[in-house]
Write a protein that binds this ligand. Sequence first.
Ligand code: 3PG
Length: 210
Amino acid sequence: RTTELDSICFKTEVIPVIEIVRLEDAVPLASALVEGGISVLEITLRTDCALAAIKRMRDALPGASIGAGTVLTPAQYRQAEQAGVDFVVTPGATDLLYRYGVESPVPMLPGVATVSELMTGWQYGYRRFKFFPAEASGGVKALKAFGAPFPGVRFCPTGGINIENAADYLALPNVMCVGGSWLTPKSLIDAEDWNGIRDLARQAAERFHR
Ligand code: 3PG
């Protein structure tokens, strides 16, 4: 599990958190990100067409790693598996999700915000987590503090991260990559400004190096 997640999360510095409202935006948006140098994508299951969007991206971009985000229940986890995702991300975690994730062929990156939440996941064998909401939950200072009792744990902080503060997170030894919605602003998607999105991706890909 840890190895599978590492092969995805250490492949990129940034995982864009994507909300697809119009199904026809899925492939041009994902292609723009990949052209810009970002090939690990998280599509949130917050919209009606999210699963269909994942399938289209999966078919159009076989080289990209496609994940489902905002997975709240085992039922959604199963739907994501069936859509062909490479990974699943959850904003928080429940015992039901942890148990489902242990058995699933698709690895889960569970969301935690506190040490106690982390310890619950740890007991189920999880060593890779999303730290969410990162900025609101103590940010870089909290992650530094998590490093002492949990030296083998790695995080993908998400929530309030942007081009300005991402480097501070990426400099931490227990950070694999960061997540964020700043690469896919709604204004650019609505305007179908795929060049603009490609440029944001390129800016991130060129700026950050672990
Ligand atoms: C998520 O689900 O990970 C967040 O919505 C992304 O947070 P951000 O919009 O602050 O980047």
